[in-house]
Design a protein around this ligand. Structure first.
Ligand code: FAD
Length: 516
């Protein structure tokens, strides 16, 4: 007996936040539609898709991370943020690296391109930064973009005040603002980072994962089902239209066809094109204009933290209740945002850390909140030839077509990286005393923000894969979701934008279902 239905209205491939956004909007707008979600990874948290940081028991949390690491569940990951700057080719907890094909001779490649395979996808492990795109990051042909971003805020449970009581966050923002705000428009000024996190009534932090995106309305929808450990190997088509999915039940090894009127592939920016390619759906732009956000990091210490706190009348700085609330559940106690601008095409994520990312000289006690990690993500110079290719002969550990990444930094990319390295030193000095003698440039792929591989276009001009509603050109009924859909070169964290685009696609399906 198969555990899958024979036929549904909508089949969703992947349970990350963009697949979850389709399920949520359909549950709200088309509650009679039968929706099935297929996820290759196991369920690792409760409710389904919940962020693993919400798991209080450390051993259970680490087990959930390990089970999200697909074929690399037994491999070591980088737990200590300091080790990230050592340049090791290692994944972060909850993720695993593309084992082969990540770099071709003579190219830069994406040496630390990574995935998560679990219910909730990468958003069971993410930092939850949800800035809005600005300037050229925005998709100019979507006139409803702000409304969609507002919906994405709602689905992801984005807040800006969760860390307001944490020490020195206002001070960090003031110092950054003094260094960069001059001449910037309001949207581009230093501000609190919008984060997908909220506080429960008892004060504990709850990080949003796909569980928050799904919400009670989806969980209570009798027409919605989620199937974990279910690999979609291809999209079925009939007369050129999407007609369902072929699924391998990883518990039994058996293969089943599930018929569907609409199929949404939300399997991340590298595996969504993989599923399409495996289905023989291969538009010219599939897998192309791949872009990642090259990242530079640095750290600074607020050396005068104790004096500042005393002068403000706050007494000796202490995490107070936040110490108990954040405890081991939070790797940072405040996040500030230095927005991207077209003149400075990098996005700043400034996080106050609970510990220093590198060993500190001497045995000075570290005042909580006084170590500040700075990161700048750079927008890529988009190139048609930067791409993920799939093999007709070789397969990956799931038996899907093996990937090869072709990826190069252009001269312009190097210029922007140089500018970002200079900028981050200025930001570190503005905040306090830089830690370490120079910023570190992360191996490519470290941002985990891969985009462009199923890009949206205003028209079917051969340079895009899908329409503004995320429907694949020439394959009616087939939708793509995830960061791969974003057509612009963004530097800001992309999930809010890709959830916004998913909302648009889901509304289109809901309207179509209502009209037939
Ligand atoms: P994913 O969340 O990757 O989900 C895709 C799902 O599809 C996976 O669960 C996968 O197993 C499943 N799948 C793949 N292939 C198949 C198949 N053939 N059949 C069935 N299922 C399949 N982004 C931000 O915007 N802000 C941040 O602060 C941020 N911080 C991050 C920090 C970390 C440590 C990590 C790991 C990620 C971070 N990200 C951040 C990235 C963010 O998590 C992703 O952008 C987001 O999860 C993408 O959502 P998605 O639904 O497109 O894909």
């Amino acid at each position: 007996m198969s555990r899958y239905p024979e036929s549904v209205d909508v089949a969703i491939v992947g349970s990350g936040p963009t697949g979850a956004a389709y399920a949520r909007i359909l549950s709200e707008q088309a509650p009679d539609a039968v929706v099935a979600m297929f996820e290759v990874g196991p369920s690792v948290s409760t409710p389904a898709g919940a962020h693993v940081k919400n798991i209080e028991d450390e051993a259970l949390r680490q087990e959930a991370q390990r089970r999200s690491q697909g074929p690399a569940a037994e491999e070591a990951t980088v737990r200590n943020p300091g080790a990230v700057t050592s340049g090791m080719r290692r994944a972060r907890p909850g993720t695993y690296l593309l084992p082969e094909g990540y770099q071709v001779d003579g190219e830069d490649g994406l040496p630390v391109a990574a995935f998560s395979s679990n219910v909730g996808g990468m958003a069971a492990h993410w930092t939850g930064a949800c800035p809005r795109p600005g300037g050229s990051e925005r998709i100019s042909f979507l006139t409803d973009l702000d409304e969609l971003l507002g919906e994405a805020d709602r689905l992801l449970g984005v807040t800006t005040d969760a860390f307001d009581r944490a020490p020195f966050t206002a001070l960090v923002r003031e110092r950054l603002a003094a260094a960069v705000d001059d001449g910037r428009e309001e949207w581009a000024r230093v501000q609190r980072m919008p984060l997908a996190v909220h506080r429960r009534e008892d004060g504990r932090l709850v990080w949003s994962g796909s569980d928050i995106v799904l919400g009670d309305v989806t969980r209570q929808n009798p027409n919605f089902s989620l199937f974990d450990e279910s690999l979609v190997t291809s999209v079925l088509t009939e007369d050129g239209r999407a007609a369902g999915v072929r699924v391998r039940d990883l518990r039994t090894g058996e293969q089943h066809d599930v018929h569907a009127r609409f199929v949404v592939v939300a399997a991340d920016a590298l595996r969504t094109p993989q599923v399409l390619w495996a289905s023989g759906i291969r538009p010219d732009a599939l897998g192309r204009t791949l872009n990642d956000q090259a990242q530079v990091v640095y750290a600074a210490r607020i050396k005068d933290a104790a004096e500042v706190a005393a002068a403000s009348g706050a007494g000796a700085p202490s995490l107070g209740t936040d110490e108990v609330i954040d405890g081991p559940l939070s790797e940072q106690s405040g996040v500030s945002w230095v927005p991207f601008t077209d003149d400075k095409p990098f996005h700043g994520q400034i996080m106050q850390l609970d510990a220093s990312p590198v060993p500190l000289a001497g045995d000075d006690p570290v005042v909580p909140g006084s170590i500040v990690g700075l990161g700048l993500f750079c927008a890529k110079d988009l190139q048609w030839d930067d791409r993920v290719e799939f093999s007709a002969d070789e397969v990956d550990s799931y038996g899907m077509p093996a990937m090869t990444i072709h990826y190069r930094l252009t001269d312009r990319d190097h210029e922007i990286l140089d500018a970002a390295r200079a900028e981050i030193v200025e930001l570190a000095k503005a905040v306090g005393e830089p830690i370490g003698d120079r910023p570190f440039t992360m191996p490519l792929g470290a941002s985990l923000h891969y985009q462009g591989t199923t890009r949206m276009g205003e028209t079917d001009d051969g340079r895009s894969v899908c329409s503004p509603d995320s429907q694949v050109w020439d394959v009616p009924g087939l939708f793509v979701a995830g960061n791969g859909v974003i057509p612009t070169a963004t530097a800001c964290n992309p999930t809010l934008t890709s959830v916004a685009l998913a909302v648009r696609g889901a509304l289109h399906i809901a309207r179509t279902l209502a009209s037939v």
